[in-house]
Design a binder for this molecule. Structure first.
Ligand SMILES: Cc1ncc(COP(=O)(O)O)c(C=O)c1O
Length: 383
C-alpha cells in the first residue's frame, strides 16, 4: 500500500468510520484506515472465490508477524501470535519457572488482566506478588528502584497506562531489572502505534500487544514478543499444533517445539484478523512511528492545555514528555458522559472516573477543541 500524501494529519476520507462521527477513542478503538477494510474483504474473497487457501492464509499470518517484528525491532522468530493480551500474559506467566523464593512485581497502573493473571499464579503456586503503588496516577523510577529486588524474577509494567496515558521510561526500568536479575515484561497495548518501541535498545525481555488501539486494527489478534535467548529455553504451558516445528506433520505422539518464540503459538491463528493486522501495521509503518509520535505530542499538548483552560481536572501527567496521546479528564458518571458524547456524534472512552480523549493522526486540534467544548456542555447539563 502506498499513502500518496504522508502529510499529517492524514485525510479523514481514508477512514470510513469517520464519515458519521468524530473519533477520539484510540485508547479503546481507533478508526481503521480503508486498507484494513480492504484486508477483511480480501479474506472474504479467499473464502468465496477459492474455498480455502491455507498457503495464502499462512503467508498472511507470517507477513503480519514480520511487520510487527519490524515495528518493535525484533526478529521474526521472536514473535508468536495469539488471540488476546490476557491469553498471552497467561501463557508467559504459567510457563516461566519460579523458585521458592522468587517474587513477581507489577504496578497499580497495569491493566487489570495483568494483576489477575499474577494473582492466579499466587493462588496456585504461592509466588508472592507485590504491587508498586501509584502516586497521582504515575510511578517514578525511584519506586522501581525500591520495589525491584534480587528476589524479583519478573517485573510487569505497562509502557503506557490505559487510565491516563502515563508513559514509563522502559530503558531505565530495564536497567534496574537487569541489576537485580529480573526479567522485564511490558504490556504495550496502549503504546504500540503511538510511541516508538525498540525492544533491543530498551532492554525488554517480553512484550505483548493487540492491534485494536493505536495500531488502528480490530480485536482478536495479539502479538507476543519474547527474546529468543529466553524462549528457546522454555517449555510452553499453553501450547498446540502451531507451536510445533511443523504443524502439518500431524504426529499425535511427537512433540517437537518450534524454534524460539514460535513455540508459543497455539492453534489455528485468527486468519481474518491477520488480514486486518497486516494492513494496519503496514499503514503505521508507512506513515512512520516517529512522525506519528511527533504529531500526536502536539495534539496531546493541546488537549492538556485546553482541558485545563476549560476548568477540567486532568488526571494525566502534566508534562507532555511523560505521557502518550491519551488525556484523561475527570468527570462524574463517566460512563453516562461517554454515552451523551456519543449521542452528539463524538466518540470518547470512559474508564473509572475519567473520559479519555485519545486522538490519532486523522485528528486535528480543532477536533480536540470541539470534543472538550462538548464535554463541558454535557457536564454542565448534568449539574
Ligand atoms: C493496556 C491494556 N492491556 C490489556 C488489555 C486487555 O487486552 P485483551 O482484552 O486483549 O486481553 C487492554 C484492553 O483495553 C489494555 O488497555
Amino acid at each position: 500500500m502506498t499513502i500518496l500524501n504522508k502529510q499529517l494529519p492524514v485525510n479523514k476520507a481514508d477512514f470510513p468510520s469517520l464519515n458519521n462521527q468524530l473519533m477520539l477513542s484510540s485508547c479503546s478503538q481507533s478508526a481503521p484506515p480503508q486498507a484494513v477494510f480492504d484486508g477483511l474483504q480480501a479474506y472474504q474473497e479467499t473464502l468465496i472465490n477459492q474455498g480455502m487457501n491455507w498457503t495464502a492464509w499462512m503467508e498472511k499470518v507470517e507477513s503480519a508477524k514480520r511487520k510487527f517484528a519490524e515495528l518493535i525491532n525484533a526478529d521474526l522468530e521472536e514473535i508468536a501470535v495469539l488471540s488476546t493480551v490476557s491469553d498471552a500474559i497467561s501463557s508467559v506467566i504459567n510457563t516461566l519457572p519460579f523458585d521458592s523464593d522468587d517474587e513477581v512485581v507489577v504496578t497499580e497502573l497495569d491493566f487489570p488482566c495483568v494483576g489477575q493473571v499474577l494473582q492466579s499464579l499466587n493462588l496456585r503456586e504461592n509466588v508472592p506478588v507485590t504491587f508498586i503503588p501509584e502516586t497521582d496516577h504515575t510511578i517514578d523510577s525511584k519506586s522501581f528502584e525500591k520495589y525491584i529486588t534480587p528476589k524479583t524474577k519478573l517485573i510487569c509494567v505497562p509502557h503506557v497506562s490505559y487510565y491516563n496515558g502515563a508513559l514509563q521510561d522502559l530503558a531505565s526500568i530495564s536497567r534496574i531489572a537487569k541489576e537485580n536479575g529480573s526479567l522485564l515484561f511490558v504490556d504495550a497495548y496502549q503504546s504500540a502505534g503511538a510511541v516508538p518501541i525498540d525492544v533491543k535498545e530498551m532492554g525488554v525481555d517480553i512484550l505483548v500487544t493487540g492491534i485494536q488501539k493505536y495500531l488502528m486494527g480490530i480485536p482478536g489478534i495479539t502479538f507476543l514478543y519474547m527474546k529468543k535467548e529466553l524462549s528457546s529455553q522454555l517449555t510452553p504451558a499453553v501450547t498446540g499444533w502451531f507451536g510445533q516445528s511443523n504443524p502439518f506433520a500431524f504426529d499425535v505422539k511427537g512433540v517437537d517445539y518450534a524454534d524460539k518464540t514460535r513455540r508459543f503459538n497455539t492453534g489455528t491463528p485468527s486468519i481474518v484478523n491477520a488480514y486486518a493486522a497486516e494492513q494496519a501495521l503496514d499503514y503505521i509503518l508507512e506513515v512512520g512511528i516517529s512522525e506519528i509520535e511527533t504529531y500526536l505530542k502536539g495534539l496531546s499538548s493541546h488537549a492538556l492545555t485546553y482541558a485545563k483552560a476549560k476548568g477540567f481536572t486532568v488526571m494525566s501527567p502534566q508534562d507532555v514528555e511523560k505521557k502518550a496521546p491519551t488525556t484523561a479528564i475527570y468527570v462524574e458518571n463517566a460512563n453516562e458522559v461517554e454515552e451523551k458524547m456519543r449521542a452528539k456524534g463524538i466518540i470518547v472512552s470512559a474508564r473509572k472516573d475519567v473520559i479519555r480523549v485519545a486522538p490519532h493522526i486523522y485528528n486535528t486540534e480543532d477536533d480536540i477543541t470541539l470534543a472538550i467544548d462538548t464535554l463541558a456542555e454535557v457536564v454542565n447539563e448534568q449539574s
